[in-house]
Design a protein around this ligand. Structure first.
Ligand code: FAD
Length: 426
């Protein structure tokens, strides 16, 4: 049996960062045959796709240093738009709604803003939207867009995370801070990074070169926390001193023996949102500078469309380009339609992103079960109890679904590096 001081489950950003910090004492195993987890990329012809639209930005200078010292990065202003009432307006909606080609909608949004009380306490995300943006913006964009994205009633979400993600309305200037250690909402002029060559996954392939020991294609099927052993599909067993797990915490608890029933029950209450990522490979370069389009319209299945080949000059120079639609679903929102790909293609045509269906080389739907951890009201209490129990048993649950936290890959890197240092006693 192989014995490892710090065994890491998952070769995504969090696992890679922890392994870099832990050096020779660490080994990563991952069920996939590729590196990067949710931050990996794939190709169809010369078209490059990430698993949903990805770009790199971070408020942590030490994370930026790690990434930018590992590969060449390309930087540009993020050109994002909202498609609403048949108009493409700059992102975010709440700052640019006056450009909508519908006087009544603009008047309702403006009137709602006059009556808002941003200081009023909000018990949930839906209340936050009403308090911050007023009736018009809530009705015409923020509610339908967020219901589409989160695939559930917005009162189920708490409002504690909004400061990091939801931009303020018109008239309020915000700066996208790249030093402060805390994420700020994206703005119309935010500068983002992307690998100078290849897809987003190149970042993690480059970082993985710094990992001492990494084994792919190893599916973990069981953990005995008393014996401190990990069991795998192939029958191989690994013994560990510390286990760092970046697999979804509910899945971790499911495969671990000797976990108290109350903890099992608690983690089963954690909610997630799933995604169908509709990938469209077209047989020529795209004829637009747009990078992202956000839509709250019900006649478009995607809440976000990512025109991936505007993420770098290298991608722009490719013969084939890739466009992605992010379509969310959950127990509360059914999205298993057979015509999903054609539906999305119709929307691309309507928005002017493609001119005809003869441009389409191939479409593919990638299903992501665990896409977004939902910030429900009981999430913090559940995670505190579950993670404390695991730490007492030398298991550290880390990363987007290990911590059930709505974080990007840069934050997963930061948390992996910090945990590595804590384990080393630094
Ligand atoms: C649609 C979408 C858009 C996003 N956009 C951005 C963006 O613009 N910028 C950004 O920085 N981030 C973005 N993110 C977030 C980013 O992808 C994640 O935050 C990041 O990949 C999380 O890293 P992680 O290491 O915590 O988990 P993951 O990347 O999920 O890695 C976990 C790893 O664990 C492995 N694993 C799971 N179960 C087992 C098992 N039983 N045995 C062995 N291995 C197992 C998996 O194979 C996986 O490789 C986006 C995510 C989504 C879904």
């Amino acid at each position: 049996m192989e014995r490892i001081e710090n065994l890491i489950l998952g070769a995504g950003p969090a696992g890679i960062a922890a392994a870099i910090r832990l050096g020779k004492s660490a080994k990563i195993i991952d069920k996939n045959n590729f590196i990067g987890g949710q931050s990996a990329s794939l190709e169809i012809g010369e078209a490059v796709f990430d698993i949903g639209g990805h770009s790199f930005h971070t408020p942590h200078p030490f994370v930026k240093d790690l990434v930018y010292n590992s590969l060449d990065m390309y930087e540009q202003v993020r050109k994002a738009y909202c498609y609403s009432y048949d108009t493409l307006i700059p992102y975010p909606f709440q700052k640019n709604f006056r450009q909508i080609n519908n006087e009544e909608v603009v008047a309702e949004c403006a009137k709602g803003l006059e009556t808002v009380d941003p200081g009023r306490h909000s018990d949930n995300f839906r209340e936050f939207i009403a308090n911050r943006f007023g009736e018009g913006i809530s009705k015409h964009f923020m509610n339908p867009y967020n219901e589409k994205l989160w695939a559930r009633d917005l009162t189920k979400l708490d409002a504690k995370w909004v400061g990091e993600r939801v931009a303020a309305p018109e008239g309020i200037k915000e700066k996208f801070d790249l030093e402060g250690g805390k994420r700020k909402p994206l703005q119309a002029d935010t500068v983002v990074g992307y690998p100078a060559k290849g897809g987003f996954g190149e970042i993690y392939k480059a970082l993985a070169k710094k990992v001492h020991d990494l084994e792919l294609g190893v599916f973990v099927t069981g953990i005995d926390l008393k014996k401190k052993e990990v069991y795998t599909k192939s029958g191989k067993t690994y013994a560990y001193d510390n286990l760092i797990s970046t697999i979804p915490i509910n899945e971790l608890i499911k495969i671990t023996v000797s976990v108290p029933e109350n903890i099992r029950k608690m983690v089963n209450k954690l909610e997630y949102m799933s995604l169908k990522c509709v990938m469209v490979a077209i047989n020529h370069p795209v004829d637009t500078e747009v990078q992202r389009i956000y839509s709250g319209d019900n006649d478009n299945p995607a809440h976000k469309t990512a025109i991936n080949h505007n993420s770098s000059d290298w991608l722009r120079s490719r013969k084939h380009h890739g466009i992605m639609g992010e379509v969310s679903y959950s127990d509360y929102k059914y999205m298993h339609r057979k015509d999903l790909e054609q539906w999305f293609l119709d929307c691309l045509k309507k928005m002017g992103i493609i001119k005809g269906f003869d441009e389409v080389m191939e479409t593919r739907v990638v299903d992501i079960k665990y896409a977004y951890p939902v910030p429900t009201h009981d999430r913090v209490e559940i995670m505190t109890t579950a993670r404390n129990f695991l730490v007492e048993n030398n298991i550290h649950s880390l990363g987007r679904f290990g911590e059930w936290a709505y974080i990007n890959s840069d934050e997963a890197l930061a948390r992996g590096m910090i945990l590595g240092e804590q384990i080393l006693g630094k």
